[in-house]
Structures are given as structure tokens and as C-alpha cells.
Design a protein around this ligand. Structure first.
Ligand code: GLN
Length: 190
């Protein structure tokens, strides 16, 4: 299975390692020519405003957006989820990027007191999952087609809309491969 990891900025190496550990053949995607023949895409955590800018300068924004709207399975973590969201609060003006996951996210929504923390999450299909949150966004609303797979203090932290997955935390930094395994399994079935 061919998995692209968007590698413009952020924690793409860790995403690559997790996908490879699960047997995927991984391409670090930096230019549009690398988009051909991908079975799935992972968008890492990092800084969504920077990634949004680099998506423009790399020329990836439009062709990648077209693939995602066409149904390419995608897993966005943290900043990656922000790039997929239909509505971004506390973003830069015009930051909305791909708009393929029907959620409203607030950047850095946990504020200063709790900018980064770890907690155990009760994930559907992956109980006691280690949740690593780093300046995480908060999902404030989800559309009717969005399934909530895990919550923290009443807010969704892992969501799924068909084969589009978004996590506000960093499963690739947790040493636990179960969520990537679930995603790749769903992508393969799609
Ligand atoms: N706060 C970052 C942003 O707005 C996301 C943080 C992360 O990906 N760990 O893009």
C-alpha cells in the first residue's frame, strides 16, 4: 500500500516511521509530481499556518485538494486536522485549506495553562490509548456525518468522516500504532 506523508513541515518523519512499521510503502510528499498513485495520505502535526503557506508555494494545494475531494483516504493529526477542517477559529484570515472534514476547530484551543499534556484516551476500537497533546486544537462542533471516536473532557479528539480521520493529538508520538493501523485498514478497504 502506497502512503504519502505530507512533508512540508512538522512531525513527518515520525509519521513515516509509523506507517513503514505497519508495512506501508511511504513517499514524503513535497511537490505535486509525487501525488500520483497514492492509496492514502497522512498530514502530520506541526504549524498549520506555515503548512498552509507552503502548500501554496509548493503548488500542492490545488492538486492535493482535488484528490482529497475525490475521496483519497486521509489522516490528519493536530495541525493536519486543522488543514482538513471546514471551519477554523483563531486561524489566520483565509487559512481554511482543504475543507474536506466537516468540523469546526479552534487553534491552540486548550490555552496557555494546558498547552501540552498527556492523558489516556478511551478510543473506540483502541482502549487506553496514550493521548499526546501539543498546542492542540479543540474541535468545537462536528457535522452530522462525522463520527466521534474519542473525547477528552467532553470535546471530540478523534473523529472520522468516511475515510477521513482527524486527531487533535499525536498518535505518531505515542509509540502506539493502533490508530494508524485502523486508518490504514479503512483506507485499504476503501
Ligand atoms: N497549534 C498548531 C497549529 O495551529 C498545531 C500544533 C500541533 O500540530 N502540534 O497549527
Amino acid at each position: 500500500m502506497k502512503v504519502g506523508v505530507l512533508a512540508l513541515q512538522g512531525a513527518f518523519r515520525e509519521q513515516r516511521e509509523v506507517c513503514e512499521a505497519l508495512g506501508a510503502s511511504v513517499t514524503e510528499v513535497r511537490v505535486p509530481e509525487q501525488l500520483g498513485a497514492l492509496d492514502a495520505l497522512v498530514i502530520p502535526g506541526g504549524e498549520s499556518t506555515t503548512m498552509a503557506r507552503l502548500l501554496g508555494t509548493s503548488g500542492l494545494r490545488d492538486p492535493l485538494g482535488a484528490l482529497l475531494r475525490d475521496g483519497l483516504p486521509v489522516f490528519g493529526t493536530c495541525a493536519g486536522l486543522i488543514l482538513l477542517a471546514t471551519t477554523i477559529l483563531d486561524g489566520l484570515p483565509g487559512q481554511e485549506c482543504f475543507g474536506v472534514l466537516d468540523v469546526t476547530v479552534r487553534r491552540n484551543g486548550y490555552g496557555r495553562q494546558q498547552e501540552s499534556f498527556e492523558t489516556t484516551l478511551d478510543v473506540v476500537g483502541a482502549p487506553a490509548f496514550p493521548g499526546v497533546f501539543i498546542r492542540a486544537p479543540v474541535v468545537e462542533a462536528v457535522g452530522p456525518g462525522v463520527e466521534i471516536l474519542a473525547e477528552h473532557r467532553g470535546d471530540p479528539v478523534l473523529v472520522r468522516e468516511g475515510v477521513r480521520y482527524g486527531a487533535t493529538f499525536h498518535p505518531e508520538l505515542s509509540g502506539d500504532l493502533r490508530l494508524h493501523e485502523q486508518f490504514l485498514h479503512a483506507a485499504r478497504a476503501a
